[in-house]
Design a protein around this ligand. Structure first.
Ligand SMILES: Nc1ncnc2c1ncn2[C@@H]1O[C@H](COP(=O)(O)OP(=O)(O)OP(=O)(O)O)[C@@H](O)[C@H]1O
Length: 79
């Protein structure tokens, strides 16, 4: 929250065993940040978590493509 409040922003990684509260923590952080009209995105590095977050957060149904295609998409976004 300090990164948000100071305006610096950032990218943060949460890595912990299953069932330890990652989703719970991220949900709280997203709610807090968005309640202040700021922007926060949560992404997962596995197919299951990515699908779940995309569905919950963006109300989208997405299909996870092959890793090489994802890399291509990321490069496109960065242009
Ligand atoms: N601080 C907390 N207070 C109360 N309940 C919590 C807290 N953290 C986690 N929980 C509860 O513990 C359970 C597991 O939490 P959560 O789903 O966030 O874990 P996770 O690390 O995202 O798991 P997974 O990697 O399997 O998706 C949930 O039912 C959640 O509501």
């Amino acid at each position: 929250m300090e990164a948000v409040n100071s305006g610096s922003g950032g990218i943060y990684f949460i890595d912990a065993p299953g069932g330890t509260g990652k989703t719970f923590l991220i949900s709280l952080l997203l709610a807090r940040i968005r309640s202040q009209s700021n922007v926060a995105l949560a992404l997962g590095n596995s197919c299951n978590s990515t699908r779940r977050w995309a569905n919950c957060t963006f109300c989208l149904e997405i299909t996870i493509k092959h890793a090489n295609q994802r890399n291509t998409n990321l490069q496109h976004i960065q242009k």
